[in-house]
Design a protein around this ligand. Structure first.
Ligand code: NDP
Length: 479
């Protein structure tokens, strides 16, 4: 007979926490509770992957209408209505949150709509004042977007806010060059917003394959994104210009000299950048990274150690320095992707409740950036691979049939990185419409250790874009 209230107390109702709670209760038969202070479903379902992907779909239709007319369709595009879309989006998110709650209840998990703190290695204290003891505690509190430290940064929005906008801005400045910045630049441009993007480095999407990054940047510019690399925001303020007749009109620096008022946000914003210019935008979006949600949880007080940026330090089994406390997902800042958090949750249950110590395999994780076109990637970039061993690089870049027919610009890229010695495909990078779907399948072959010759033995599916993956006979270069 357990002396604890619960076998497992999960803090955080996002993808990782909910999966771990459900499997521990439903399959391993544990007595499980879960506390969530906000909405069930977490970042992915409520303010991340899901609403973002629905916005990706929404933003694609405008271009499709244009393309369809080349194919003979008589279509009229009367424009995009944000209110209609966001109404449907909210209904869908309510539905999904309901599904998450039902799944937890159906598995026998007790839920508390409250914030939780650790009191000791086996005790959780809720914002309601209740305390509960548990044999194991799982911290799955995720992360949150951060604004850079600059004057008046509070006037800008972060990705969480996008889904709650009452109306779409006419113009927006996006700061950053990572996943979120590039995805929203494409989404908002597709919805008709005038998008400017400042990225401090030389090329967007740092860490991805250089050739793919270059093609995405080129495609984003073709889409209408005014992308400035080597540029960053210095400071910002409310724009109070009286003669302002356009949202993107440059303003004389002397006329609106910084520093500016930090009055509550109203109207357009003026932004000073590293090139000394001041420009005016309806909205500024900071997509400048995320931080683990580990503050004020009593973690360090009970002996859990926090690393860089507040990430909870864990071993390969997601166990913290305190044996009864585990952590999974973005709060550990390992690979910050929903399916990884779910895997970590499943491995935790296997380890702790099924007596089968299971490490999470963080190698060769396929992922996609939902830009237009998408970037799908798995394994090593050309730059990473050539630093490790001699490689062959196979590349095909071409105008895809569907858009070429409609006289639309834009190329796609299919790229394989192959080990000269083992012949294994070390990396695959695809820039193309639907690359997210393609890379999932290529990822299986690469995870299995497929060689270039295995790819070559596979018959092409014709006519498709991805057939190039199995028809590239001669290396483009060796390195
Ligand atoms: P990223 O870490 O990917 O990108 C942050 C960007 O902001 C980088 O370009 C960084 O520049 C820049 N930056 C950081 N600090 C500053 C600053 N002070 N001033 C100006 N620029 C700054 O974070 P995201 O927020 O885009 O995404 C977070 C994570 O969420 C991703 O890493 C990914 O794991 C996950 N995610 C996954 C998605 C998917 O799977 N499709 C979609 C969205 C998010 P620099 O490169 O120079 O550091």
């Amino acid at each position: 007979m357990s002396t604890f209230d619960y076998d497992l107390f999960v803090i955080g109702g996002g993808s990782g926490g909910v999966r771990a709670a459900r499997v521990a209760a439903g399959e391993a038969g544990a007595k499980v509770a879960l506390a969530e202070e906000d909405r069930y479903g977490g970042t992915c379902v409520i303010r991340g992957c899901v609403p973002k992907k629905l916005m990706v779909f929404a933003s694609g239709y405008g271009g499709m209408v244009e393309e369809a007319t080349h194919y003979g369709w008589d279509m009229l595009n009367r424009g995009f209505d944000w209110q209609t879309f966001s109404g449907h989006l909210n209904t869908e998110l309510d539905r999904l949150e309901g599904v998450y709650r039902k799944l937890l209840a159906g598995s026998g998990v007790t839920t508390y709509d409250a914030r939780a703190r650790l009191k000791d290695p086996h005790t959780v204290e809720l914002s309601t004042g209740e305390t509960f003891t548990a044999k194991h505690i799982l911290v799955a509190t995720g992360g949150r977007p951060v604004r850079p430290d600059l004057p008046n940064a509070h006037l800008g929005i972060v990705s969480d806010d996008i889904f709650h906008l009452e109306q779409l801005p006419k113009s927006i400045l996006i700061i950053g060059g990572g996943y979120i910045a590039c995805e929203f630049a494409c989404i908002l441009a597709g919805l008709g917003v005038e998008v400017t993007q400042y990225y401090r480095g030389a090329q967007i999407l740092r860490g991805f394959d250089d050739e793919a990054r270059g093609l995405i940047a080129e495609s984003m510019r073709e889409l209408g994104v005014d992308l400035h690399t080597g540029t960053n925001i210095v400071e910002m303020g409310c724009y109070r210009g009286e003669d302002d007749d356009g949202m993107d009109a440059p303003v004389e620096a002397t006329q609106y000299a910084m520093p500016v008022s930090d009055a509550p946000r109203e109207g357009p914003l003026k932004v000073k950048s590293t090139n000394g210019k001041i420009k005016v935008f309806d909205q500024v979006l900071f997509a400048t990274g995320r931080r683990p949600n580990s503050d004020d949880m009593g973690l360090e007080e009970v002996g859990v150690t926090l690393g860089r940026g507040g990430a909870v330090e864990v071993d390969e089994y997601s166990q913290t320095k305190v044996p009864s406390i585990y952590a999974i997902g973005d709060v550990t800042d390992r690979v910050n992707l929903t399916p990884v958090a779910i895997r970590e949750g499943m491995a935790f249950v296997e380890t702790v409740f099924n007596g089968n110590p299971t490490k999470v395999d963080h190698d060769l994780i396929p992922s996609a950036v939902f830009t237009q076109p998408e970037l799908g990637t798995v394994g090593l970039t050309e730059e990473q691979a050539r630093d490790r061993e001699p490689i062959e690089v196979y590349c095909a870049s071409f105008c895809p049939m569907q858009s070429a027919f409609a006289d639309k610009p834009g190329r796609v890229l299919m790229k394989l990185i192959v080990s000269q010695e083992s012949r294994k495909v070390l990396g695959c990078h695809i820039v193309a419409p639907g690359a997210g779907e393609m890379i999932q399948l290529a990822g299986i072959a690469i995870k299995m250790g497929a060689t270039k010759e295995d790819f070559d033995r596979t018959v092409a599916v014709h006519p498709t874009m991805s057939e190039e993956i199995v028809t590239m006979r001669k290396p483009t270069r060796t390195a």
